[in-house]
Design a protein around this ligand. Structure first.
Ligand code: PGA
Length: 249
C-alpha cells in the first residue's frame, strides 16, 4: 500500500513483520557493512532485535562493522543503570547481535551538561556521515523518540520533560515503580530524525491504530510529531493487522 508520501506494508502478524525486517536489515548490512543504523527502544522493536540476534547466532548476519545511534535516553541516570535505554539495548540487541561498545553511540544521561551532550550527539551523527536507516516506534499519542505532542517541536537533539503518560509506560524498566522513572530525558529532535536517509517505522497492536491513522491521513502538526514523517520522502511504515485497522487500503 502506498500513498504519495508514505509506503505502508501490513503483515500477517508481528512475528512475520519482525522476521522480514530482520532479514532485510541483515541483507542491507551484508551489501554495505559500514551502515549507520538509528535505533529505538520500546516494546515494539524487541522481537526484531531478537530476530537480528538469532541471525547473528546462526552466522547468517554480521553486524561487526555497523555504527549505531539510539534515539533517546533518560536524563539523570548513568548508562550502567538497569533502567537505562542503554541497558535495554545491551540486553535485547547489542549482546545478542555481537555489537561492541565501540560501535555504539548513545546519549549519556549522566553527562555534566545536557546541552553540551546534545550538541556532541548531533555532531557525532554528522561525523559518522549521517544515519542510513532510522528505525522508529510510535507512541499512542504520536510521539517519536521523546518528541512529545505540543505547540512546537525541537529540531535538534535536546532535553525534554517527560509526560506522566510516557513515564507510566516506561515504569516496567524500573520494576513497575513509576516514581523511579526519571522526569527528564535527552532525545534526538525531529530534524535530527528527518535527516536519516531512510526511515522505517514499526507499529503493532490495536492501541496504535488511531495514531497510525492520524500519521498517515492527518495534517502535519506538532500535535502529532509522527506526522512530520510525511515530509521525508523515504519512510516505510510496517504494521500488523491490528495497527492497520483504521488505515484505508
Ligand atoms: P512501545 O513504545 O514500542 O513500547 O509501544 C513506542 C514509543 O513510545 O515510541
Amino acid at each position: 500500500m502506498s500513498d504519495l508520501y508514505l509506503t505502508i506494508t501490513v503483515f500477517r502478524d508481528e512475528r512475520v513483520l519482525a522476521r522480514t525486517l530482520a532479514e532485510r536489515i541483515a541483507s542491507a548490512v551484508a551489501e554495505r557493512p559500514r551502515q549507520v543504523l538509528g535505533l529505538a527502544t520500546g516494546r515494539t522493536p524487541v522481537r526484531l532485535y531478537h530476530e537480528l540476534g538469532t541471525l547473528h547466532a546462526r552466522g547468517s548476519a554480521d553486524f561487526s562493522r555497523i555504527t549505531t545511534f539510539n534515539l533517546d535516553e533518560f536524563w539523570g541516570i548513568p548508562p550502567s543503570a538497569p533502567g537505562s535505554y542503554r541497558a535495554f539495548m545491551e540486553e535485547h540487541l547489542f549482546r545478542r547481535a555481537g555489537i561492541q561498545a565501540d560501535q555504539v553511540n548513545f546519549l549519556n544521561g549522566a553527562a555534566p551538561d545536557a546541552d553540551a551532550e546534545c550538541d556532541r550527539y548531533d555532531n557525532a551523527i554528522a561525523a559518522a556521515g549521517g544515519i542510513d536507516l532510522q528505525l522508529l516506534g510510535i507512541g499512542t499519542n504520536g510521539h517519536i523518540g521523546f518528541n512529545e505532542p505540543g505547540r512546537e517541536l525541537a529540531s535538534r537533539t535536546h532535553r525534554v520533560v517527560l509526560k506522566e503518560s510516557t513515564r507510566r509506560s516506561n515504569a516496567g524498566l524500573f520494576g513497575g515503580d513509576v516514581s523511579r522513572v526519571p522526569k527528564e530525558a535527552l532525545s534526538m529532535g525531529m530534524g535530527s530524525i528527518l535527516r536519516a536517509r531512510r526511515i522505517v517505522l514499526i507499529a503493532t497492536g490495536k492501541s496504535k491504530a488511531k495514531c497510525v491513522e492520524r500519521l498517515v491521513s492527518g495534517p502535519v502538526t506538532p500535535k502529532l510529531p509522527a506526522s512530520f514523517l510525511q515530509l521525508h520522502g523515504a519512510v516505510e511504515i510496517l504494521l500488523d493487522g491490528a495497527a492497520a485497522q483504521s488505515v484505508n487500503s
